[in-house]
Design a protein around this ligand. Structure first.
Ligand code: NDP
Ligand code: 8X3
Length: 250
């Protein structure tokens, strides 16, 4: 049967690339995000290869997450693959100068939002005795860097939650994959630096960063692995990146 995948953060970057890659496999797609026009465009552009359904909600809004997922029509309720991808960094700076609204956005979105969506989707997987959850973490979840402590903490939480989900859900036939990318050129830095394009593009200067489709390729690898194989944890770096903050630029 054709798998149904729910992808959070499908309107941009890594989530968008995963949607395109899954569409090439003819998966049925539940595309999620807050920017409705992008969801509509994506649905339209994938319509030749995939059946798509769109859900517009903010992952930080617990009631909205629950309402959106329970509003799915019956023939969209069986979700085989959940891609917990929505998230962002907001701002950069030392803890004592931290912007608490930015902290809230990161902890609420990257951690609590991921949990809200998982809580809405995983009981169905448990009931059916099968499913696959892919959490998009980050190299920042494995290595903390200066001025990024809260973003790094949010991704360290994702790392712990991937382990916790694997411990709790493996017995129900549910696979958990944790993917930790290094620098990927998307809208990520534009969001982190609040629309400052010059500052955002500097992040990727002097080396070839990963593309969103590099990450989508690894997600496809994980979700198409044979039934007896779980790709548990993958770190993917650009060839010029040795660690979170060690990048060899020319
Ligand atoms: P983008 O900014 O390009 O995409 C972020 C996506 O998340 C958008 O589709 C956005 O949709 C969605 N999103 C963000 N906040 C919310 C929210 N509160 N509610 C619902 N949707 C939300 O960044 P990336 O594609 O790079 O980021 C995707 C994931 O990958 C993130 O979790 C990020 O932390 C992680 N990551 C990114 C890396 C990078 O270098 N780019 C490296 C490692 C990990 P919309 O605005 O429409 O809601
Ligand atoms: C995004 C990658 O290194 O900017 O998670 O934190 S990094």
């Amino acid at each position: 049967m054709t798998p149904t995948a729910l992808i959070t953060g499908a309107t941009s970057g890594i989530g968008l690339a995963i949607a395109m890659a899954f569409s090439n496999l003819n998966y049925r797609l539940i595309l999620c995000g807050r920017r409705q026009e992008r969801l509509d465009e994506l649905k339209q552009s994938l319509s030749e290869t995939s059946d798509c359904y769109t859900l517009n909600f903010d992952v930080r809004d617990r009631a909205a997450v629950e309402a959106a997922i329970s509003s799915l029509p019956d023939d969209w309720k069986t979700i085989d693959i959940l891609i917990n991808n929505a998230g962002n960094a907001h701002g950069m700076g030392p803890i004592h100068e931290g912007n608490v609204d930015d902290w809230d956005a990161m902890i609420d979105g990257n951690v609590k939002g991921l949990l809200y969506v998982t809580k809405a989707v995983s009981p169905g997987m448990v009931e059916r005795g099968r499913g696959h959850i892919v959490n998009i973490s980050s190299i920042a979840g494995k290595q903390t860097y200066a001025n990024g402590g809260v973003y790094c903490a949010s991704k360290a939480a994702v790392e712990a939650l991937s382990e916790g989900m694997r411990l709790d859900l493996t017995q129900y036939g549910i696979k958990i994959t944790n993917i930790a990318p290094g620098a990927v050129e998307t809208e990520f830095s534009l969001v982190r630096f609040k629309g400052d394009e010059a500052r955002a593009s500097k992040v990727y200067e002097g080396f070839k960063p990963l593309t969103a489709s590099d990450i989508a390729d690894t997600v496809v690898y994980a979700v198409t692995a044979p039934p007896h194989v779980t790709i548990a944890d993958l770190t993917i770096l650009a060839s010029a990146q040795a660690a979170a903050t060690t990048i060899y630029r020319k």
